[in-house]
Design a protein around this ligand. Structure first.
Ligand code: AMP
Ligand code: MG
Length: 355
């Protein structure tokens, strides 16, 4: 009798232990991993049940981002495997020669770019490659170009000379020396593709931070929206405003991400295709949208425009909002953002009101 009781007790303890262990293993956990990709540190953080499942989802998401990075890379050495794997390199090599068959994602990115070229009356132009290279923004020794060389590089820029054929999946740049540069669009597009991979893996709470482009799924672990800070231009730490994000993306284009100083002037990497010089209207432009690819394209495109023109475009679009820090020190918000942004320094401005 005594033995029977003891056995029952032992069985109960084991069963309870097993249940406890199962509950422990299935409790929601946070999993985070960082990788250097597309010239920036990309961080993916997911929250949910089953550490193995989370790890697998994140690893597949990174593989998808790397695939887009490889397709759009512009600087692998000629003759290398990376060069052959890059559709952008192959398109650029064949400029003035003939069409190149590419991955459907490359066609989608170029169509999105073309749409914003039209929307911004030419301020956004992914054929800006020759001028980017002339300034040397991809290399170690950027410099201010001379007028004549700038003029000849600008002659090789033009969306109208890029021929897209979705049916055949081909791209052709019809002038020798033309070069695509997808630096303004690939990171956001890759981030959105990675989010799709996470969703297909059943992830319901996640944040991808790809240096200037952020995309979230669901809410933070505690059930509150993710909070994203907009940096104060000119400062390394100060936050200007905080945005609440849920199932959406925020992308920031700014002069402070990549620049060099020459004489007493600072030159950054977002160029006005009209002049070939860095666009000087804004210090930073943050765009909030449902899709990270769209947010990335628009933030660069609006950065080049006059602030009033940029706001006019955003205010016409549904599901898209923006915060602009202008070069003359104003902070402007699109119409739908007033209630969703917390201002942490300076005064609050609505609807494009000036200082
Ligand atoms: P982002 O950081 O997304 O604003 O992208 C900046 C990058 O976009 C630059 O480093 C260039 O690769 C590219 N770029 C610069 N100027 C333009 C432009 N006017 N239109 C399209 N892409 C541009
Ligand atoms: Mg961009």
């Amino acid at each position: 009798m005594r033995n029977k009781t003891r056995t029952r007790l032992a069985v109960t303890v084991c069963v309870l232990g097993a249940i406890g262990l199962a509950v422990f293993l299935r409790r929601p956990v946070d999993y985070r991993s960082d990788q250097f990709l597309m010239d920036t540190l990309v961080s993916i953080r997911v929250y949910g049940r089953g550490a193995g499942k989370l790890r697998k989802a994140v690893s597949e998401a990174y593989a998808e981002m790397r695939r887009i990075a490889d397709l759009t890379g512009r600087f692998p050495l000629a003759g290398s495997a990376g060069h052959a794997a890059s559709d952008v390199c192959r398109i650029n090599d064949m400029a003035g020669i003939g069409p190149v068959r590419v991955d459907p994602d490359v066609i989608t990115m170029l169509e999105l770019s073309r749409k914003h070229h039209a929307r911004t009356r030419g301020a956004f132009d992914v054929t800006i490659g020759p001028v980017m290279d002339l300034w040397g923004f991809g290399g170690k020794h950027p410099h201010v170009p001379g007028d004549e060389e700038l003029k000849s590089s600008l002659a090789m820029v033009g969306d109208a000379h890029m021929h897209l054929n979705r049916k055949d999946r081909t791209v052709y740049l019809d002038k020798p020396g033309m070069r695509l540069d997808l630096g303004a669009v690939a990171k956001g597009y890759a981030t959105e593709k990675a989010i799709q991979v996470l969703k297909r893996n059943g992830i319901e709470k996640a944040i991808i931070d790809a240096g200037g482009t952020i995309r979230v799924i669901g809410t933070h672990a505690r059930g509150v929206p993710w909070r994203v800070g907009i940096k104060k231009p000119g400062s390394t730490e100060d936050i200007l405003a905080v945005l609440s994000l849920q199932d959406s993306a925020a992308a920031t284009s700014a002069g402070y991400y990549r620049y060099f100083d020459s004489g007493r002037r600072r030159f950054h990497h977002i160029l006005n295709p009209g002049t070939g010089y860095p666009a000087m209207e804004n210090e930073s432009v943050t765009v909030v949208a449902g899709d990270a690819g769209l947010a990335d394209v628009l933030s660069t495109a609006l950065f080049v425009l006059k602030p009033e023109e940029a706001l006019e475009i955003v205010n016409k679009l549904t599901g898209v909002e923006a915060v602009l820090v202008t070069s003359d020190g104003r902070i402007l918000y699109s119409e739908g953002l007033a209630d969703r942004v917390e201002v942490t320094s300076g005064e609050r401005r609505h609807h494009g009101e000036g200082r």
